[in-house]
Design a protein around this ligand. Structure first.
Ligand code: S3P
Length: 435
């Protein structure tokens, strides 16, 4: 689908249905499936990625009742998953494939995990290596890509695993396998990545002398059914944080968005750039939300200045970097994103896709192996351009934000991929936009 984006004069209004957090939704569904008893999850997203997780769980014999955005998962307990289909399609979702790999190998199931073309080109050795160290048996393509063919195994043994990269998916995969393994599995982080798995499962955490975190899991961890509301996705909200900062005369209010500190660097980075972003009505009592804090986020237009992302901010803001790159084009001075080579292993190579998008808009950008640098200008007017999504939802939405600031219409080819995380993105744009 080719989507035309018209220039926008102002963005005004309230969005009370920011899509439900995808990372939390995947986890809620997976953890509920291996708990015993019924879990009720409200505000579950209708985006394609979390739906892929539900479909895979159905393929493992889990009964799931869906009524609107409420999902009831009839958990089968740690030993209860049974493949009713030989192949499970994870669609475009790396989180589904990587987290499920931990559960499937922990359960010793014979099952194949497949994905779409994008997912089948992403690195899976990062989860297969630690899982094999634990005793999992899995064939993949020669270069460790999907399909992943898991075989039954003789049971897993715990490992101590120092993460070679800051990845919540790899961390979660190993910790989930650890729930089934004999002994105590310990995952050591170098830089913190999103901590939804630890929070939602209530895992024990130690700190090394240098401040790095050691997260533990074992058969002893109690898996309780969940009764939770999924917060709005800060990664979806980020598009409005940037658009509301850039488009003149804007005021946007986003209701009850997740503000987990391992996910909210985007707010800090934008505020450091001079953005007028504040939060209100914070809920951080752990109840109904499995320990996940939420708040309303209010954004008003403001001038921006350049910034450099700190190494520790990169994993925290990893999904928001494409839209932060758009903000950097309008900020006075040189902005830098380095230590971000992980962006090349996302739904598409996001360094090259961001550089292509900014170049098409006429911005001054330089590509590096591990990031990019943008020479911003507060008076920057993007050219009207024909953007490519590269089937990457975040590139499509970041391009839309860029296009809002142009003087004439732009197009986005492959814009349907917004379905992956934010099916209502274009209708929310229509609601907010004064043209
Ligand atoms: C996710 C973790 C991140 C992120 C992805 C979702 C998760 O990936 O990019 O969109 O839910 O754990 P990595 O952990 O591989 O960096």
């Amino acid at each position: 689908m080719i989507k035309t984006i018209e220039p926008v004069r102002a963005l005004k209004g309230i969005i009370s249905d920011i899509p439900a957090d995808k990372s939390i939704a995947h986890r809620a569904a997976l953890f509920a499936a291996i708990a015993k008893g019924d879990s009720t999850i409200t505000n579950f997203s209708n985006a394609a990625d979390p739906r892929s997780t539900l479909e895979c769980l159905k393929g493992l014999g889990v009964d799931i009742t869906i009524k609107g955005s409420t999902v009831v998962i009839h958990g089968r307990g740690r030993k209860g998953l049974r493949p009713v289909k030989p192949e499970l399609d994870c669609g475009n979702s790396g989180t589904t494939m990587r987290l499920l790999s931990g559960i499937v190998s922990g359960s010793g199931l014979e099952v194949t995990l497949t994905g779409d073309a994008s997912l089948s080109s992403r690195p899976m050795g990062r989860v297969l290596n630690p899982l094999r160290d634990m005793g999992a048996i899995c064939d993949s393509t020669g270069d460790e890509k999907a399909p992943l063919r898991f075989k039954s195994n003789a049971g897993l043994d715990a490992i101590t695993y120092k993460l070679p990269m800051a990845s919540a998916q790899v961390k979660s995969c190993v910790l989930l396998a650890g729930l089934f393994a004999s002994g105590e599995t310990r995952v050591i982080e170098s830089l913190p990545s999103r901590d939804h798995t630890e929070r939602m499962l209530g895992l024990e955490i130690d700190f090394n002398a240098d401040g790095t975190r050691v997260i533990k899991s074992s058969k002893g961890v109690e898996l309780r059914p969940l009764n939770m509301r999924i917060p709005g996705d800060i990664s979806g909200a980020a598009f409005w944080m940037v658009a509301g900062s850039l488009v003149p005369d804007s005021r946007i209010e986003l209701i009850q968005v997740g503000i987990n500190p391992t996910r909210n660097a985007v707010m800090g980075i934008l505020k450091r750039m001079g953005a007028d972003i504040r939060i209100a009505n914070t809920i951080d009592d752990g109840s109904q939300q499995a320990g996940e804090p939420t708040a309303d986020i209010i954004i008003k237009t403001s001038g921006l200045k350049a910034t450099e992302l700190l190494p520790a901010e990169v994993p925290n803001a990893i999904d928001e970097i494409p839209v932060l790159a758009v903000a950097m084009c309008f900020a006075s001075g040189i902005s830098k994103v380095r230590n971000a080579a992980e962006l090349r292993a996302k739904e598409t190579d996001r360094i090259s896709a961001v550089v292509e998008m900014l170049t098409k808009a006429g911005a001054n950008v330089t590509e590096f192996e591990d990031g990019f640098e943008v020479k911003g200008d507060p008076g920057f007017v993007p050219k009207s351009a024909a953007y490519e999504s590269h089937h990457d939802h975040r590139i499509a939405m970041a391009s839309a934000v860029m296009a809002m600031m142009a003087k004439e219409a732009s197009t986005i080819n492959g814009a349907e991929c917004t379905e992956i995380s934010y099916p209502d993105f274009f209708s929310h744009l229509k609601t907010l936009a004064e043209v």
